[in-house]
Design a protein around this ligand. Structure first.
Ligand SMILES: Cc1ncc(COP(=O)(O)O)c(C=O)c1O
Length: 424
């Protein structure tokens, strides 16, 4: 049955949207931390629909809230006031970093980022944007331009409004230096980039606190304070792209940027905040949001059903302190992976924060080993564990279990990973 569905999929769908694995999985059901394919095979899900299902598939609280709202008012558009938007804004106000107090909702991370850039340009009167190298921002033309990974560029020619500054990628330092003796050259280089490659004033710098698609890249503690300062000195706002890192994913904090002690001017969020209902959110300082006054609408943005899903998700996260579990389970998973790393030199780097972890697979001399990772992925799939992949060279395994994951499931996944790596 699954083979027949896959055949029809290949026939009807645009080929640009890629599936994982030699034989793609035809997924039919999710429950808690597990997914089930069309043939009934069970998989422990360590990728959560690309970091979107953070509190268990078909979470009963979310399902109930969505069903109740769908039976009450499914849609009316932003021409009318949707109470769920206010309810979500009040919940967000209680958890966002200091200074953020206004919200607008969309349908995806891409749309949230589009809105953030537009707001930054309107609010500052500048148009040039800085993105980090190895960043990923989505699938609109602007988001593709903000993305700094050649394999996601769709062959598009750049418009020239975006410049790319260094990220804090210590394992492959662009300057060939080592932390901390490097003096944070990667961060300070932003000053030079702005002075030499822009008109001197910028609208914004957009950055993922931990770069996800780029390969789970975690910069050193000094990185964001330095780049945020330089950005503001040149008239720009600091946008923290929390599409992957938001809502407790990085453990112990609601938003990834909090680990660096920086208060962003704006935050973009999506994915995990509504447990799979399509959502995007732009959250900003009031003085920035209030400068965007020309009329706009979003037919689906902030719709009642999605708002109900997001409110129920945040309530569940608070009631179950999922960000604390992400911290504890993230430490357990990282410890286990570090033990494996001592045994298997192909695991060149193990890094991450909370339950957002990457393993960079390498050959001798740190050469990226994308082929080896693909073999490991096939092995984990066969053994019933789903993980992701990323990185500029496609050699980084990405692990992002549900925030509610248990010790037993972490230990089980570690043993599947060990067997699959040994086999590959
Ligand atoms: C950091 C980041 N920003 C933006 C996006 C785009 O979000 P979406 O796919 O919901 O448009 C993604 C998607 O993976 C992402 O990881």
């Amino acid at each position: 049955m699954a083979a027949r569905t896959a055949e029809k999929y290949a026939k009807y769908m645009f080929p640009t949207v890629r599936t994982l694995y030699e034989e793609p999985i035809v997924m039919s059901r999710g429950s808690g931390h597990y997914l089930y394919d069309e043939d009934g095979k069970e998989y422990l899900d360590f990728f959560g629909g690309i970091l979107t299902c953070g509190i268990g598939h078909a979470n009963p609280k979310v399902a109930e809230a969505v069903s109740k709202q769908a039976h009450t008012l499914q849609h009316c558009s932003t021409l009318y006031i949707i109470p769920g938007q206010v309810e979500l804004a009040e919940r967000l106000l209680g958890i966002v970093p200091k200074g953020i107090s206004k919200f607008t909702f969309a349908n995806s991370g891409t749309e949230a980022i589009e809105a953030a850039i537009l707001m930054a340009q309107i609010a500052t009167g500048n148009d040039e944007i800085i993105a980090l190298r190895h960043s990923y921002s989505g699938r609109s033309k602007l988001a593709i331009e903000l993305t700094a990974l050649h394999n996601w560029k769709q062959g598009m020619a750049p418009s020239g409004n975006v410049k790319y500054t260094h990220n804090g990628y210590c394992y492959r330092c662009a300057f060939g230096l080592g932390y901390p003796s490097c003096g944070m050259k990667c961060a300070y280089d932003l000053e030079e980039l702005i002075r030499t490659s822009t008109r001197g004033s910028i609208a914004a710098l957009i950055a993922e606190p931990v770069q996800g698609v780029g390969g789970v890249i975690v910069p050193p503690p000094e990185f964001f304070p330095i780049v945020a300062d330089i950005t503001r000195k040149h008239g720009g706002i600091f946008i923290s792209d929390e599409v992957q890192t938001g809502f407790g994913r990085t453990g112990g904090k609601w938003f990834g940027i909090e680990h660096w002690g920086v208060e962003p001017d704006a935050i973009t969020a999506a994915k995990q905040m509504a447990s799979g209902a399509p959502i995007g959110a732009l959250m900003a300082r009031a003085e920035l949001a209030d400068r965007w006054t020309a009329p706009s609408i979003s037919t689906f943005g902030g719709n009642p059903v999605t708002m109900a899903a997001a409110c129920a998700t945040i309530d569940f996260m608070k009631e179950n302190d999922t960000k604390a579990n992400a911290e504890a389970m993230g430490a357990r998973l990282t410890d286990g992976l570090s033990r494996l790393q001592r045994k298997y030199p192909c695991m060149g780097d193990v890094r991450g924060k909370g339950l957002m972890i990457g393993i960079e697979f390498v050959k001798e001399g740190k050469e990226p080993a994308a082929g080896l990772l693909l073999k490991v992925l096939e092995g984990t799939k066969r053994r019933g564990l789903l993980v992701g992949k990323g990185g500029l060279d496609g050699n980084v395994m990405r692990l992002a279990p549900h925030l509610t994951i248990t010790q037993g499931e972490i230990d089980g996944a570690l043993s599947v990973l060990e067997d699959s790596i040994a086999e590959a």
